[in-house]
Design a protein around this ligand. Structure first.
Ligand code: PMP
Length: 306
């Protein structure tokens, strides 16, 4: 279903989405020279409140992506958060929402460069439930490798770089899998097509380091925080492909994916093929926290109304 209706932020103003258009000569459309974010806001029906999740962290990452791409973002992370709150209020959502900030080279010129080009910032929002199912995912180790940091910077959320996960997830779907796990060029596990990866081995949670060509995920950090607070031992280290075959549990962590339990990899069951206890525990607390039911994690949330 195509996105339509409502209001967005474009060229410094909140305007109808229908009026937020770019010219076909736009640099970012031709060369993929933009960066973006994906943020969720969760509706809490009991409180009549919409909570934006970790908005500042996402906008700080957008700033880092902009630095890497030499995009001039005239707004501070706090200002972008305020603008987003105003867009959400204007749309008046009473349901879960996905927020898409976009910073791109708006110049209408033909030149393969990052310098001397006019930039534009836009934010649009769209109602969204689960992006993938949150349990029982079957994944495949893709033969598409994850873009390396010195090919297209992995820690920047670069628009054009999403051809890489799109190839992987499209191939995975064509073969009947829910998601693709990508290896880095040196053969280590990197991450999924649009989420970071965690495994559990002998009661220890393991995720790949930021040097494994991953996107520095906001949800990944949230999971590490939860593990620390719950006393679950965790390690941040490289993961070999065959560790996926002997892991007790495995899950995706991402804004879209949320915490999504993987129960098979390359058609082999993960652990006993059921959602494991550590994944279950992390999911339970995460899904409560994002809707404002966990006081300890209220600082993750920005209330949109009142
Ligand atoms: N890796 C990739 C390639 C992604 O697109 C995403 C989604 N933004 C993630 C990881 C997860 O990051 P986050 O938890 O910040 O959404």
């Amino acid at each position: 279903q195509e996105i339509s209706g409502g209001y967005c932020f474009f060229k410094g103003e909140i305007i109808p989405l229908a009026d937020a258009n770019v010219n076909i000569t736009t640099h970012a459309l031709n060369y993929g020279t933009g960066c973006f974010e994906g943020i969720r806001a969760y509706w809490n029906p009991d409180q009549g409140q919409l909570y934006m999740l970790k908005g500042l962290e996402h906008y700080r990452r957008l700033h880092r992506s902009c630095r890497i791409l030499k995009i001039d973002c005239p707004y501070s992370a706090e200002e972008l958060l305020d603008i987003t709150v105003r867009v959400l209020q204007k749309n008046g959502y009473r349901e879960d929402v996905y927020i898409r900030p976009l910073a791109f080279k708006a110049a209408q010129v033909i030149k393969v460069t990052l310098s001397g080009l006019r930039d534009e910032i836009a934010i649009f929002t769209v109602p969204m439930g689960d992006y993938v199912k949150t349990e029982g995912l079957s994944v495949v180790v893709s033969n598409w490798l994850r873009v390396a940091d010195n090919i297209i910077p992995s820690r920047a959320k670069v628009t054009g770089a999403y051809i890489n996960p799109a190839l992987a997830s499209d191939a995975a779907a064509a073969d009947g899998y829910d998601e693709a796990i990508m290896l880095s060029a040196d053969g280590q596990v990197s991450e999924a097509s649009s989420a970071n990866l965690f495994v559990v081995r002998d009661g220890t949670l393991v995720t790949t380091p930021v040097t494994a060509d991953i996107l520095e995920g906001v949800t990944r950090r949230a999971v590490i925080t939860l593990a620390r607070d719950l006393g679950i031992p965790y390690e941040i280290r490289n993961i070999d492909r065959t560790e996926l075959y002997v892991a007790d549990e495995m899950f995706l962590a991402g804004t879209g994916a949320q915490i999504a339990a993987i129960t098979s990899v390359d058609r082999r069951p993960v652990g006993d093929g059921e959602v494991g206890p550590i994944t279950r525990r992390l999911q339970e607390i995460y899904f409560r926290a994002v809707r404002g039911y966990e006081d300890a994690y209220r600082d993750w949330l920005t209330p949109v109304y009142g």
